[in-house]
Design a protein around this ligand. Structure first.
Ligand code: BES
Ligand code: MN
Ligand code: ZN
Length: 495
């Protein structure tokens, strides 16, 4: 798919479709007005018949609009003008993509960037138009024996800006949006692959491949190496699986040689059965998404490599399955972490924190300026924040503020959760230094408290993406979150 930026004259475009917006109350956007004027008020006439009210997400496809050279004009409802916000903008673009899918249009002009959006400039609108188009065009059908019948694919997308002066900024945003979209697509693809294909070994191979393509240094450690490092907690989770664990490190060097890197640590459980504390069967298939943290680290590295950001970043991924078998860990088992602290494993389904605690100790060797871990860590996070916001926990308020702001800019938002000492009391063991679970109450917070015992040496933030990494139901699939937030966070750090 090819993107470009153009200014003005929606009524003169000779493409398969020109997309314009209509607010509730049949109020035409500027681009729609231009088409209306050129077609002698044809749009106004159609709207008066009552076929489109302008409700957010409604669409009306018009063919052979008088005096308009494009094959089609797509009217997209924008909702109430005074309520128009970032979410409406993305929803309108998503609706346009759905309507375009059932047509044969392969070249389209999207004129929704002319709609004023409070606090957002043309760069923001262009970046998000690219993301929405790529999101709408995304399919994961490589595992179907016959790819479902598709109409002609979108080949050329032209995004319209209103003033020529906006073209330069639009083009920069186009590049940024495309790089982020590439990262998101990688994260989605890895997330959507089933556990029998996307094993720890497969993730390691994909990391090697990413490294080759983008000039990243990749190191994959095997069970023996992981044993030598004393990452016993990570190994404890892996011991119930026939798939060998991998510790994957990906280094991006865009900054000064000795500048301390930002470390991203991604939970890479390629399938989470719960282990001996086995999960109920319903929706267990979704536990193939338990490596979405790892996938977001790989997606982020791909995006920043494409953008050539001037900073150093290291991605660390502990990858394993969590399976029950004769060798699997049992509730009550006690293991010594890489940090030396001992952990009583009261529930083998709280495995994410077990692999992350060792990875968080391992990253110390890079002397990172900040560490962010990304994990589908707790079901309690879904109860707390639903599927809208990612949970953010941090031992550093400045770092938390950076990530919150990045999420706000990327419209891939996080919500700041407490990590007060008061919550640490839940982690008491009679037999080891700490148990791997606390009370059911505040389950996401006590999970973060567990991790905090291993992150005292650097500014650290934890992103619990259990509610945001994938969608269930009819639209089941990985979302690629929080790649966009992380790329924005790193971009800001790079200047
Ligand atoms: N991967 C799960 C968390 C999860 C479950 C995310 C369902 C999204 C949907 C994690 O490993 C897990 O099983 N956590 C347990 C922890 C509990 C045993 C303390 C949970 O949240 O139930
Ligand atoms: Mn689990
Ligand atoms: Zn898990």
């Amino acid at each position: 798919m090819e993107f470009s930026i153009k200014s003005g004259s929606p009524e003169k475009q000779r493409s398969g479709c020109v997309v314009v917006g209509v607010f509730e109350g049949r109020k035409l956007s500027a681009a729609a007005q231009a088409i209306d004027a050129a077609s002698k008020q044809y749009l106004g006439e159609v709207l008066r018949r009552g076929d489109l009210e302008g409700k957010l997400g409604g669409t009306l496809m018009l063919h052979n609009v008088p005096q308009i050279p494009a094959d089609r004009v797509l009217l997209v409802g924008l909702g109430r003008e005074r309520d128009f916000n970032e979410t409406s903008y993305r929803a309108a673009l998503a609706a346009a993509m759905r309507a375009l899918r059932s047509t044969g249009a392969s070249e389209v002009n999207i004129c929704l960037t002319d709609v004023p959006l409070k606090r957002r400039d043309i760069g923001w609108k262009v970046e998000h138009a690219v993301l929405a188009v790529k999101e709408g065009a995304y399919r994961f059908d490589r595992l179907k024996s016959k790819p479902p019948e598709a109409k002609r694919a979108l080949r050329k997308v032209t995004l319209h800006v209103t003033k020529r002066a906006e073209i330069a900024e639009g083009e920069i945003a186009l590049e940024r949006g495309q790089a982020i979209a590439e990262g998101i697509t990688l994260a989605k693809d890895l997330g959507n692959l089933p556990g029998n294909i996307c094993t720890p070994t497969y993730l390691a191979e994909q990391a090697q491949d990413l490294g080759k393509r983008h000039g990243l240094k990749v190191e994959v450690l095997d069970r023996k190496d992981i044993e030598k490092l004393g990452m016993n907690c990570f190994l404890a989770v892996a011991q119930g699986s026939v798939q060998p664990p991998k510790l994957i490190t990906i280094e991006y060097q865009g900054g000064k040689r000795d500048a301390p890197p930002v470390a991203l640590v991604g939970k890479g459980i390629t399938f989470d059965t719960g282990g001996i504390s086995i999960k109920p069967s319903a929706e267990m298939d979704e536990m193939k998404f338990d490596m979405c943290g790892a996938a977001s680290v790989m997606g982020t590295l791909k995006a920043i490599a494409l953008m050539r950001l001037p900073l150093n970043v290291v991605g660390v991924i502990p990858a394993t399955e969590n399976m029950p078998d004769g060798a699997a860990i049992k509730p009550g088992d006690i293991v010594t972490t890489m940090s030396g602290q001992t952990v009583e494993i009261l529930n083998t389904d709280a495995e994410g924190r077990l692999i992350l605690c060792d990875a968080l100790t391992y990253v110390e060797k890079f002397k990172p300026s900040a560490v962010v871990d990304i994990a589908t860590l707790t079901a309690a996070m879904v109860i707390a924040l639903g599927h809208v916001a990612t949970g953010l926990f941090s031992n550093s308020d400045p770092l938390a503020r950076e990530l919150l702001a990045a999420g706000e800019n990327a419209w891939d938002r996080a919500w700041h959760m407490p990590l007060w000492d008061d919550y640490q009391d839940a982690l008491k063991s009679n037999f080891a230094d700490i148990p791997n679970i606390g009370s059911r109450a505040g389950g996401s917070i006590t999970a973060a408290c567990f991790l905090s015992r291993f992150t005292k040496g650097y500014p650290w933030a934890h992103l619990d993406i259990a509610g945001t990494a994938w969608k269930s139901g009819a639209e089941k699939g990985a979302t690629g979150r929080p790649v966009s937030m992380l790329v924005h966070f790193l971009s800001k750090r790079a200047v």
